[in-house]
Design a protein around this ligand. Structure first.
Ligand code: MLT
Length: 263
């Protein structure tokens, strides 16, 4: 585990392996351990960097609003700190929102993109209101209620009933999240830009991966991104929900390795 003072907070990250760099950006309300299976496999051929975004995992929480732009800037500063000028940027869900914001700010830093279980459009007014309520709930009650309400949306019914180790892993990860960090990210996601106009401008090779049963960012969102990004490939993983990299780790890794070997 390494850390760096970035944008006036302590950002903790994993940096392992040798080769072309790939940055793995976790979703909400997770942390870098979301990528455990990917770090293990990808680091045999690549340099893998997996940060805990501000407010998550072992990184400091920064109260207020964690916008996608500011989290993208955190990643760029981390890359600068590590001497990495260009990397494959892989983000899952909120991590995908951050990856798109980073591409918009500094496309030259992005060798290739992996957009997993994510979408380009902004929140609806109703979703924004729900985020505000969730932020208050996290601050007043902690993460347990949020984790229990989210679990059935994150995993397939089959995973929930037959793979207790995954249910525990995902739930524990959510419980580790600091309420101030969760609230800041919820406010940031509510404010995020609609990136649909960015998509046709993306020229980096892009892999889009989505679980066939993703209930939060459904397959249609990934299909829309695929149609808009010329240089993209779409993979739908069967028997997977929103955290497809955990529920179908081997297939996810195979797809990423195949993509990286060609891009
Ligand atoms: C995530 O997994 O990062 C979140 O569910 C994304 C969202 O709430 O929009």
């Amino acid at each position: 585990m390494a850390s760096a003072k970035i944008n006036n907070f302590n950002l903790v990250y994993t940096d392992t392996g040798i080769g072309r760099p790939i940055v793995l950006i976790h979703g909400y309300p997770f942390n870098r351990s979301l990528w455990t299976e990917q770090v293990m496999v990808l680091s045999t051929s690549f340099r893998v960097i997996a940060p805990d975004l501000r407010g998550f995992g072992d990184s400091d929480a920064v109260p207020g609003t964690a916008t996608m732009d500011v989290m993208a800037q955190d990643i760029v500063l981390l890359m600068n700190h590590l001497g990495i000028a260009r990397a494959t940027i892989c983000g899952l869900s909120m991590g995908g929102y951050v990856a798109l914001a980073l591409y918009k700010q500094l496309p030259s830093h992005v060798r290739a993109l992996v957009l997993a279980d994510t979408r380009a459009q902004a929140d609806t007014e109703e979703a924004k209101q729900t985020r505000a309520q969730q932020a208050e709930k996290a601050l007043s009650e902690g993460m347990a209620g949020i984790a229990d309400a989210m679990l059935p949306k994150l995993l397939t019914p089959e995973t929930v009933s037959k793979r207790p180790e995954i249910v525990k892993f995902v739930r524990d990860m959510m419980l580790q999240t600091k309420p101030e960090g969760a609230a800041a990210a919820l406010r940031g996601m509510a404010e995020r830009e609609n990136q649909t106009e960015l998509l046709p401008k993306i020229t980096a090779p892009t892999l889009i991966v989505v679980g066939s049963e993703d209930a939060i960012t459904p397959v249609a969102d990934s299909e829309n991104m695929h149609h808009a990004i010329d240089s993209s490939r779409l993979v739908v993983l069967d028997h997977a929900g929103h955290v497809s990299n955990v529920e179908r780790a081997q297939q996810f890794n195979d797809e990423v390795l195949h993509f990286l070997s060609r891009s």
